[in-house]
Design a protein around this ligand. Structure first.
Ligand code: 13P
Length: 256
């Protein structure tokens, strides 16, 4: 992390967990634990059904709300889909795009990621764009090739100003929900590669300002080591974001 250039960001991705009532309970418990935090930005991504209520109860805590996905069309006959404008209307400032679970189980492609980023920006949202390799790809020495393809395709035809509303989340698929975190050194190596590729895609100066989060089995006891790396600017936390106490412990990675 380099807080003089990039403000750290700790985001929780709740995936398909929590009702509206459970969302309210989480923020009630979180409030005293993050009171006065200003060393980092905090974001929570609840399921669609809880977005509106979450944005109301999270605002006084200074926690931003994110959707977990969106559809690129503005409106129309797209049963089951939710547009960027609707997400903004529910009080969100961010949307996660291209999570590996969307890529693996719902046929998300780099092309659809690209369309979704443009739709998010069109509605005024910041995009948290996920990239990361499968275990087989890492073992075959393909990590950089995979990241290269995801970044080039997903971020195609974006302009330099667009990058002020892009956050990258590096989530190696083998580390998600497995308890097997990338070591800080392995994560740093991938983050450095991502930033250097962003430098080529936009400009080295703009790449220095883009935040690159790490995701994959982030817990209170491994966050400090990850945050000590120069190119790790925060975390996208799954399981450990579901309890206020563990999410707050990650937010307070420097100790309180
Ligand atoms: P876990 O923290 O549960 O491994 O999930 C990571 C993730 O997918 C966040 O988007």
């Amino acid at each position: 992390m380099n807080p003089s250039i990039r403000k750290p960001l700790i985001a929780g991705n709740w995936k398909m967990y929590k009702t509206i009532g459970e969302t309210e309970e989480f923020f009630t418990q979180l409030e005293p634990l993050v009171n006065g935090v200003n060393h980092c930005e905090m974001v929570i991504a609840p399921p669609f059904t809880a977005l509106r209520r979450a944005s109301e109860v999270a605002a006084p805590l200074g926690v931003g709300i994110s959707a977990q996905d969106l559809y690129w069309e503005t409106e129309g006959a797209w049963t089951g889909e939710v547009s960027a404008k609707m997400i903004c209307d529910a009080g969100c400032r961010y949307s996660i795009i291209g999570h590996s679970e969307r890529r693996q189980f719902f046929s998300e492609s780099d092309r659809s990621v690209n369309r979704k980023i443009k739709a998010a920006h069109g509605a005024g949202l910041e995009a948290i764009v996920c990239v990361g390799e499968l275990l087989a790809e890492r073992e075959a020495g393909q990590t950089e090739k995979v990241l290269e393809k995801q970044l080039t395709g997903g971020l195609a035809a974006l302009t330099e100003p667009d990058f002020s509303r892009i956050i990258i989340a590096y989530e190696p698929v083998w580390a998600i929900g497995t308890g097997r975190t990338a070591t800080p050194e392995i994560a740093q190596e991938a983050h450095r590669f991502i930033r250097s590729r962003l430098g080529q895609l936009i400009s080295p100066g703009a790449a220095e300002r883009v935040r690159v989060l790490y995701g994959g089995s982030v817990k209170p006891d491994n966050i400090a080591g990850l945050m000590a790396q120069p190119d790790i600017d925060g975390a996208l936390v799954g399981g450990a974001s579901l309890q206020a106490k563990s999410f707050a412990a990650i937010v307070n990675f420097q100790g309180r």
